[in-house]
Design a protein around this ligand. Structure first.
Ligand code: B4P
Length: 188
């Protein structure tokens, strides 16, 4: 199964990915996690990405497209994967279409986690207290919300036209959201 998880920052896509990978025996591919690791390891890519991430803007398409292109052909992806936080721009979505075709793969569902902005900001500010992520400050959070609306939200129409979007209410407890997610993608 190939799943795409989309949603604004703090909508729960990373959280819910972790909850379904074991159940489906598929892997989670989070571009955010990969970039954060590269940043922590101070690789050339990580140092380049840091500037964009800390400012709350998107890392350039060619960087993240390159990451995904290499990752989805690894052995552990053969049973399926969740793309958590990719694609985030039309350019990334178009590149993904080409990669899927080249690897004889198809997207099964695009899950959109719908959460009001006020709750998103509250979640990210509380994560800031717990984890101290450098992009979880008010200025970067606001920038990330604007970037999401401008660059990523239009992708919903891109996938809606193909009948792939499963929009779910991302509010409530994590368990409640998992229940809605399972129903939306037809697993129990
Ligand atoms: P991400 O790592 O994807 O960060 P995010 O959007 O904040 O989502 P995350 O997965 O961490 O949070 P989640 O919603 O699960 O990206 C970080 C940065 O990397 C981007 O800003 C960008 O610069 C760069 N980047 C990543 N991918 C890119 C791409 N494709 N192109 C270009 N740049 C890219 O959860 C957030 C919090 O909410 C958690 O603390 C969780 O505990 C809480 N939460 C979740 N569900 C909840 C619930 N039901 N109730 C209460 N709290 C909940």
């Amino acid at each position: 199964m190939v799943l795409l998880f989309m949603g604004a920052p703090g909508s729960g896509k990373g959280t819910q990915s972790e909850r379904v990978v074991d159940k489906l025996s598929i892997v989670q591919i989070s571009t955010g996690e990969i970039l954060r690791k590269a940043k922590a390891d101070a690789t050339p890519m990580g140092l380049e990405a840091k500037k964009f991430m800390d400012a709350g803007t998107l890392v350039p398409d060619e960087v993240v497209i390159g990451i995904i292109k290499e990752r989805i052909v690894e052995d552990d992806c053969k049973g399926g994967f969740i793309l958590d936080g990719f694609p985030r721009t039309v350019g990334q979505a178009e590149a993904l279409d080409i990669m899927m075709k080249e690897n004889d793969l198809a997207i099964d569902h695009v899950v959109y986690f719908d959460v009001p902005e006020k709750e998103l900001v509250d979640r990210l500010l509380s994560r800031a207290k717990l984890e101290g992520r450098s992009d979880d400050n008010m200025e970067a959070i606001q920038k990330r919300m604007v970037t999401f609306k401008k660059d990523t939200e239009p992708l919903l129409d891109y996938y809606k036209n193909r009948g792939l979007v499963r929009s779910i209410d991302g509010t409530g407890t994590m368990v409640q959201v998992t229940g809605r997610l399972n129903e939306a993608i037809g697993i129990s």
